[in-house]
Design a protein around this ligand. Structure first.
Ligand code: HSE
Length: 302
């Protein structure tokens, strides 16, 4: 087996009202350089080492084992994985999905499984439980998906994404997804659910029409999760206000937070935004339209 490199994009889930369904791939990556070794190990940066296991407890390894087992392979040939991680951990930019999707691709490469994107997504949903981050990490672009534990559907949008830019405003603290999900209500009154799903429907229709102004307006209309997550992300009102002043088409909490994303027209000049949000890391990102890729050995069926 040769050396090979896997690249997985960061993702941003929900886009406002598309809770657990809509997701966007961004041009920020986790890169895994894989080469045969005597035993499994992950070479991590100093910054990642406190948060990511460097042995078989690594989620990439576990996801690869899960995938391989589905095809009757129970021993992964040992490799060293050198990980370059530009996706901040536990900040709402899909870091755990990059590990799940990276692990599925790892098994795909190690055993030449020739998995289609659809097969990869099915496996990723079994591991992750919801499709909003893993689908764009696999397909690229924006995906709209539904998964009820067995039935999976996913539709991808990629046209016109070059016309918008996403300013990721990243606070200096972590939010654990588990905690951000635990504060959501168990039930929503019927009328409220109808209203909230109407918002999500219009978001998706606007994506289909590439009507970015309407996409932006709907991003601000979430009733499913953002109203409940304020206590974990107290910066959201202030940051929204600044993004609004700077002409953002829309803004939302990315995934379970704490990163907040403002969507702008691609020709926006961001100079003053950086000084107005000087307390935050700001990454200016565009959509990734490829999803996970593997280079060398030979290309797989996609
Ligand atoms: N849709 C998920 C959430 C994304 O908002 O909780 C994080 O896994």
């Amino acid at each position: 087996m040769n050396t090979f490199t896997i690249k997985v994009p960061a993702t941003s889930a929900n886009l406002g009202p598309g809770f657990d369904s809509v997701g966007l791939a961004l041009d920020l990556y986790v890169t895994l350089e894989c080469e045969p070794a005597k035993e499994w190990n992950f070479v991590l940066s100093q910054q990642d080492a406190p948060f990511i296991p460097n042995d078989k407890n690594n989620l990439i390894y576990k996801s690869a084992v899960f995938t391989a087992a589905k095809f009757g392979k129970d021993e992964l040939p040992p490799h060293q994985i050198r990980m370059t991680n530009d996706v901040p951990i536990a900040r709402g930019l899909g870091s755990s999905s990059t590990a799940v999707v990276g692990g599925i691709e790892l098994a795909n490469q190690l055993f030449s499984l020739n998995l289609t994107k659809s097969q990869k997504l099915q496996i990723a949903c079994e591991i992750e439980g919801h499709p909003d981050n893993v689908a764009p990490a696999i397909y690229g672009g924006i995906t709209v998906s539904s998964y009820d534990g067995s039935n999976l559907e996913s539709v991808r949008f990629s046209k016109g994404l070059e016309n918008v830019v996403f300013a990721a405003v990243i606070p200096d603290y972590h939010v654990e997804t588990e905690k951000a999900r635990a504060i959501l209500p168990d039930e929503v009154p019927y009328k409220e659910a109808v209203y909230a799903s109407g918002m999500a429907n219009v978001l998706v229709a606007a994506l289909a029409e590439q009507d970015w102004a309407l996409v932006g307006r709907m991003m601000k209309q979430d009733k499913w999760h953002q109203p409940y997550r304020g206590e974990l992300i107290p910066d959201f009102p202030k940051v929204s206000n600044v993004l609004n002043t700077h002409g953002a088409l829309g803004y939302y909490i990315s995934g379970a937070g704490p990163t907040m994303i403002g969507m702008f027209n691609a020709d926006k000049d961001f100079k003053n935004l950086f000084s107005d949000l000087a307390d935050y890391q700001i990454d200016l990102l565009q959509a990734d339209t490829n999803g996970v890729t593997a280079v060398n050995p030979a290309p797989m069926n996609q």
